[in-house]
Design a protein around this ligand. Sequence first.
Ligand code: CA
Length: 225
Amino acid sequence: MKILIVEDEPKTGSYLKQGLGEANFNVDLADNGLDGLHMALTDTYDLVILDVMLPGINGWQVLQGIRRRGLEMPVLFLTARDEVADRVKGLELGADDYLVKPFAFSELLARVRSLLRRGGKTKESEFLKAADLELDLIRRRVSRSGRKIELTAKEFSLLELLLRRQGEVLPRSLIASQVWDMNFDSDTNVIEVAIRRLRAKIDDDFDHKLIHTIRGMGYRLEVAE
Ligand code: CA
């Protein structure tokens, strides 16, 4: 799940980015309204966290731009101003929730999860599954046969990609661009290493292997017959 944060205060922005990253979300950060709106319209996000007072165009205008384009992902407003008038304005413009600064991170995380659960336009399932492996997109948890598995944020993204495209052979170049946001460099073995670590966690202790290497092509997650 991908979240866009539009926040001009560097401290708050990096605090949010780090916290949500540690909760296994993919997070992009924009520090002004124009960049934020541009990113919201050109990339695909499951949720947007918007500060109200921003340089360039403000949070209200970013929200208007998003809704005008017909995008229905949930939007959570962060505002230092807790006046009733602001809340009414935001609701009219199509905000889904508010958080008044300063806030506790746990509170933000709870709101984020609740908004993602309610869902925006994409009513996708909260879970991705393959055999007895289950990935919980909202709580960012993974289990196999009911046993909880700890993954790093990258491992989680990698597994999410493999599960979303179950049965397909995914070339290393595609994995590199989707999970690492980088162009494939044949000298790097970062993907092999990550696949090995992921296998150690989700496959090694189980008879039924899910991640398959397709020599010279890439990797495929598949539930064998
Ligand atoms: Ca601000």
